[in-house]
Design a protein around this ligand. Structure first.
Ligand code: HEM
Length: 397
């Protein structure tokens, strides 16, 4: 009898690898009672499922709003199914159309233009922090530059950044992790306030466009996009930028410090980032629904079942990455991880994410060459089904 996933336990995010290795070996299509989903754990299977959107549908897969109570749904009204038209949550042909629109904002030139700004945001932060000699990497260093960069990219005025940040956290909790009923109502209030804000931002940019994501997407309303799609895109891009990159940076720095690889020489930074994403990825998996009965390794996944594609397990698959639990800073095929997904939903922000990770390691390594873990204090992980992130990482220099 194989144990099950357990989102509430500490090992689930921090150290699931023995468990996942056993699943890859003995139950590559695993029914998890705890998740209410089938779980694919082998690299080849995860990749094939990502690459087969006809059989593994994204429609409705992102939200777990099914755990919302009747009262919360009533409060949310038409927004109860928020995310239902978000690009990651739909199949072709809607996906093809939405993806085309979003991609216009992520051209290589637009992404490269953000590098200087991101570098400056990191330098500014360090100018303020360095005299202190110590910090919590998560609270004090990891998030601020990415949050500010994303806000500028979207077009959120500097004065509203803190407001947006606190509300984004709330809606993330409401839709993506199960909450007790009272908390749901509080979060729903916060979410509605936030949607009002995004609505107003869209209206302002419709009147007076600027050089930002909101203006670009707003200009497509009517032709390519609906108003609701634009609001959902803005909301979720804020989340993508605010959360995933800082989470990945936190686990990356922890890994490099533990392995004695700090600071990373400039020429090795790009591959070090890939190996850190592989071994401590901030995306643990993606959900899909089986669109038909799918039989794999002798198990039939009935049509309509929820399926988790385990990115985390695929990145530790010994058939692709020899000695997978070992950190190898110049592992030749480290980039074969699927931390940014794969196929038609491959992360539209991947280049921006990579740019931020590399730039942050370069600036931090140069300004804080003596960075080390604070003795006697441990890093803590937050609990989640699909994302890996630290809640605290005490460091000094
Ligand atoms: C290290 C950082 C990041 C990680 C690990 C990450 C991870 C992922 C993953 C795994 C997917 C695929 C989801 C699926 O197939 O169900 C995805 C899609 C997406 N990501 Fe990211 N992401 C990161 C950064 C970003 C950034 C910076 C942005 C935007 C500013 C972004 C925006 C998006 C969007 C819009 C999609 C949906 C694409 C589609 O469905 O076609 N991500 N991301």
């Amino acid at each position: 009898m194989i144990e099950d996933f357990d989102v509430g336990s500490d090992w689930h995010v921090a150290a699931p690898y023995e468990f996942l290795a056993r699943l890859r070996r003995e139950a590559p299509v695993f029914w998890s009672e705890h998740l209410g989903a089938y779980v694919l754990t082998r690299h080849a299977d995860v990749r094939a499922a990502y690459g087969d959107p006809r059989r593994f549908s994204s429609r409705g897969s992102l939200t777990i709003s099914r755990s919302l109570t009747g009262e919360t749904k009533e409060k949310l009204g038409e927004h109860g199914s928020f995310l239902s038209s978000f690009v990651a949550n739909v199949d072709p042909p809607d996906h093809t159309r939405l993806r085309r629109s979003v991609s216009r904002a992520f051209t290589p030139r637009a992404v490269a233009a953000l590098e200087q700004e991101f570098r400056r945001l990191n330098e500014d932060l360090l100018d303020r922090l360095i005299p202190r000699g110590r910090a919590d990497f998560v609270a004090d260093i990891g998030h601020e530059p990415s949050i500010k960069l994303t806000a500028r990219f979207i077009g959120v005025p500097e004065a509203d950044e803190a407001f947006v940040q606190s509300h984004v956290k709330d809606w993330f909790q409401l839709f993506l992790s199960p909450q007790p009923p009272d908390r749901q109502l509080e979060l729903a209030d916060s979410f509605l306030t936030y949607l009002d804000y995004v609505d107003r931002l869209v209206a302002e940019r419709a009147k007076q466009p600027r050089d930002d994501f909101t203006s670009l997407m707003t200009s497509l309303i009517g032709d390519e996009l609906t108003h609701r799609e634009v609001v959902e895109l803005i909301s979720t891009i804020l989340l993508g930028g605010n959360d995933t990159v800082p989470n990945q940076l936190g686990t990356t720095v922890l890994r490099l410090l533990r392995e004695g690889c700090w600071p990373v020489p400039t020429a090795r930074i790009a591959n070090a980032c890939e190996e850190c994403m592989r071994i401590d990825g901030s995306a643990l998996g993606s959900f899909r629904y089986a669109a038909t009965d799918v039989t794999l390794h002798g198990v039939t996944i009935p049509a309509g079942s929820l399926v988790l594609l385990s990115i985390d397990s695929a990145a530790h698959d010994e058939s692709v990455f020899p000695d997978p639990e070992r950190f190898v800073i110049d592992r030749p095929n480290a980039a074969e991880h699927m931390v940014f997904g794969y196929g038609i939903h491959f992360c539209v922000g991947a280049a921006l994410g990579r740019l931020q990770l590399r730039t942050a390691l370069e600036v931090l390594g140069r300004r804080l060459p003596g960075l080390r873990l604070a003795p006697g204090r441990t890093a803590a992980y937050r609990k989640s089904i699909v994302g890996r992130g630290l809640t605290s990482l005490p460091v000094e220099w």
